[in-house]
Design a protein around this ligand. Structure first.
Ligand code: FE2
Length: 367
């Protein structure tokens, strides 16, 4: 009797496994899902390659980046061939080279520029559990075409002798009468400012963003010229009292070998605007895997390496940028400027609103 039951059971199992392909697949994929959530270090890439190199097109020119690439080579045995240039030149080159391009990874400052690469169809989506763990969702492209690697804050810097922090509050307040002829900021052609305005468009709408831009133009201490560092120098020279600039320039100046730069930076205070309202504007340097990449796996590995805690600390220490990986603490100097609330938007919006920003800058005469 028992034997008969076993036989029936065995038959039923046989039938189930023969017609149950769907069931079998589901079980396997469920197992895989479980495995990848448990072991967060597993990437989801399916492509495998034996290649031991990666070609990186980068618009960043910092020594610390080269140090990190050397460390990556040492740890993985994957050679990083670095091709440096201006962001727009590199993009043109990737476009021109088409499918034959050797570029695997494109790295540049500003989400607005990363958007351009995506918009031109030069990047591809990649997915990696480790990247998702290390780079918060709002610092990634919404379609996973690029990932932020370092964070920067665009703040108000002020002359400590003429301005008290109590005099400052928001980016919007700089358009008020008391700041007439005292505000310094670089050109509207610069992508940092385009992204700043793009964030205001996202948060406050186009009308208010335009009002802000027009208000700043009418309070400028001089026609926009030079880079962020030059705005700091113009404060020291008495041309204006406040400037909008990225904090890492101040870190670089404070640690500069040029005594004059150190003196300029020491006379300046850092103020994080909009703490009671919408938060301070933040942006990223980041990178995306090139669509025609021949070494996609290695490109993802480099992205994972650069967003890992150790690399994030190195970026913060050497270049005074904030870690994008929120498991990492920023450095003593960065902490000395204070904690701050960030704008609560996805940086994808900076790219989406870039064209509108340029239009507004032209309309209000922000040179
Ligand atoms: Fe910069």
């Amino acid at each position: 009797m028992k034997k008969a039951i076993y036989l029936v059971l065995a038959f039923v199992l046989l039938v189930l496994s023969a017609c149950g392909n769907g069931t079998t697949t589901n079980t396997t994929s469920n197992n895989e899902t479980t495995k990848s959530t448990e072991t967060t270090e597993t990437t989801e890439t399916t492509e495998t390659t034996d290649s031991k190199e990666i070609n990186l097109y980068t618009a960043r020119h910092y020594d610390v980046d080269d140090t990190l690439y050397a460390k990556f080579e040492e740890e993985t045995g994957i050679k990083v061939n670095v091709i440096k240039g201006e962001a727009d030149e590199l993009l043109e080159r990737i476009k021109r080279e088409g499918d034959a391009t050797e570029a695997d990874l494109f790295l540049t400052a500003d989400a607005g520029r990363l958007f351009r690469a995506k918009d031109e169809g030069l990047l591809q989506a990649v997915s990696s559990d480790l990247l998702d763990e290390q780079v918060p969702a709002n610092f990634q492209d919404k379609d996973q075409m690029w990932y932020g690697l370092t964070k920067r804050a665009r703040v108000i810097v002020y002359n400590k002798e003429n301005v008290k922090p109590e005099d400052l509050s928001t980016y919007e307040a700089l358009t008020e009468e008391e700041w007439k002829g005292r505000v310094l900021i670089r050109s509207g052609e610069n992508v940092y400012n385009q992204s700043l305005l793009a964030s205001f468009i996202e948060i406050n709408g186009e009308e208010q963003a335009k009002e802000w831009a027009a208000g700043i133009v009418s309070n400028l201490a001089r026609d926009p010229e030079g880079g962020d560092r030059d705005q700091a120098k113009a404060i020291a020279a008495g041309i204006g009292d406040v400037a909008i600039m990225n904090t890492y320039y101040l870190g670089q100046m404070l640690n500069s070998e040029d005594a004059e730069e150190v003196k300029v930076a020491e006379g300046l205070g850092v103020f994080f605007p909009n703490q009671e309202t919408t938060g301070t504007h933040v942006n990223v340097s980041g990178a995306g895997v090139v669509k025609a990449s021949k070494n996609k796996d290695n490109a993802i590995k480099l992205l994972e390496f650069l967003s890992a805690p150790e690399s994030q600390t190195t970026f913060a220490e050497a270049n005074y940028e904030y870690p994008v990986n929120d498991s990492v603490e920023s450095t003593e100097l960065l902490q000395s400027w204070g904690e701050f609330k960030e704008q609560n938007i996805s940086l994808s919006a900076l790219g989406d609103n870039n064209a509108k920003s340029i239009l507004i800058f032209n309309e209000v005469g922000w040179k």
